[in-house]
Each structure stands twice: as structure tokens, then as C-alpha cells.
Write a new protein. Structure first.
Lengths: 112, 116
């Protein structure tokens, strides 16, 4: 079993929909949680990061971390066709150096 | 362009050949990372440098793989005696010290390796 699990999708939604992307993890030592967006044939780019539990909002994006359930989410409001990409969650254990552990990614398609 | 630069973008090689990838990080970033990503999977950590020192290596980094970062600037990743299982996207990322602590890695566009 992988340390970080993510539904691969694809997830197809109409433009304007609210999108919910999720990851579960097994390592309770993870303290930093990130979401990266990766367009086809490009490198990942950081969208959001949170430390420990709680919510963080940035424009149309909201990241939630529930450490008790080992579950993180990314919500995208008013989704746009330009949001079509693969979304990767990533996590880091403060005691494990600088290694990020990524989920496998969820492919999102927003249809106009 | 002041982003992370990787070269070549795509390399096709025959099994058994050696290949080398180069990464030029963002100039003020002293941390540099190599990750490998296969189709439909997330990136997997390979190794990490702080300045010229290689501080972490994944067990995924077999003895056929070697990475260097002379003078703490650009980095090279060499794969010797390539195997078909080495076919993947090799991603380089860099970060300043603060960014490295929170996960703010800045990735390049990757070097895709195809081993025939």
C-alpha cells in the first residue's frame, strides 16, 4: 500500500462547478501538506501548502487538512477549462529531511 | 527566463547506453532536487543537494545512477547502462532554504527518457 493514495480519475465536470479533490495518507508523521498542479508535458507547480490541520483559502482554491482522519482536500470553486490538469497532493515529514511524498495525481477535465 | 531549466527535454537511447541530464536551478536557490515520474504516477524522490553537498539519496537511486552538483550551481544526473525500466520523466526542482522547509519546490519541465 502506498503512503499517499489519490484517485487517478479522470474527473470530468462542467465549467463553473465546484471540484473536490482528495488524498488519504498512512504516515501520521506528515506535517506539511501541498497541492501541485501539473499540465501535460510540464513540471508540477505549487498551488497551496498548509502546515498541520486546518483550512487555507487562496482565491478560488481552498485546501483542508484533517490529520485525525489522515485526509486532505482541495476545493476549486467556479472551475474553468484552464483548470484542466493533473492535481498532485504532496506531503512532508519534518523528521525525514526534505523529501516530498506525492500522491499519484488526479486528472481533472473542466468542460466548457 | 529565470525558472528551472532542464536539458535535454527528450532523450531516446538504446538499452545499455549511458545518458546524462542537466539541470540549471533558479540562481538564488541553494537546494536542488531530482525526482522521477512515470506515466500516471506522482513524482518519486531521487536525491537532494544543499549547495554542492548531496545530503539525501533515495533507495530508488541504484548504483547505476549518479548525481553531482559541482560548485553548488547546475546539477547533472547520469544513468549508466540504461534499462527499459529507466524510461520516465526526470524532474529537477530547486528551492531556497525557507521554501524547502515548506515544500515550495520550483520544478523544471523535465527531461523525458525513452529506453528502447
Amino acid at each position: 500500500q502506498k503512503e499517499v493514495e489519490q484517485d487517478p480519475g479522470p474527473l470530468s465536470v462542467p465549467e463553473g462547478a465546484i471540484v473536490s479533490l482528495n488524498c488519504t495518507y498512512s504516515n501520521s508523521a506528515f506535517q506539511y501538506f501541498m497541492w501541485y498542479r501539473q499540465y501535460s508535458r510540464k513540471g508540477p507547480e505549487l498551488l497551496m501548502y498548509t502546515y498541520s490541520s486546518g483550512n487555507k483559502e487562496d482565491g478560488r482554491f481552498t485546501a483542508q487538512v484533517d490529520k485525525s482522519s489522515k485526509y486532505i482536500s482541495l476545493f476549486i470553486r467556479d472551475s474553468q477549462p484552464s483548470d484542466s490538469a493533473t492535481y498532485l497532493c504532496a506531503m512532508r515529514n519534518n523528521n525525514a529531511g526534505n523529501m516530498l511524498t506525492f500522491g499519484g495525481g488526479t486528472r481533472l477535465m473542466v468542460k466548457p | 527566463d529565470t525558472g528551472v531549466s532542464q536539458d535535454p527535454r527528450h532523450k531516446i537511447t538504446k538499452r545499455g547506453q549511458n545518458v546524462t541530464f542537466r539541470c540549471d536551478p533558479i540562481s538564488e536557490h541553494n537546494r536542488l532536487y531530482w525526482y522521477r515520474q512515470t506515466l500516471g504516477q506522482g513524482p518519486e524522490f531521487l536525491t537532494y543537494f544543499q549547495n554542492e553537498a548531496q545530503l539525501e539519496k533515495s533507495r530508488l537511486l541504484s548504483d547505476r545512477f549518479s548525481a553531482e552538483r559541482p560548485k553548488g550551481s547546475f546539477s547533472t544526473l547520469e544513468i549508466q547502462r540504461t534499462e527499459q525500466g529507466d524510461s520516465a520523466m526526470y524532474l529537477c526542482a530547486s528551492s531556497p532554504i525557507k521554501g524547502g522547509s515548506t515544500g515550495e519546490l520550483f520544478f523544471g519541465e523535465g527531461s523525458r527518457l525513452t529506453v528502447l
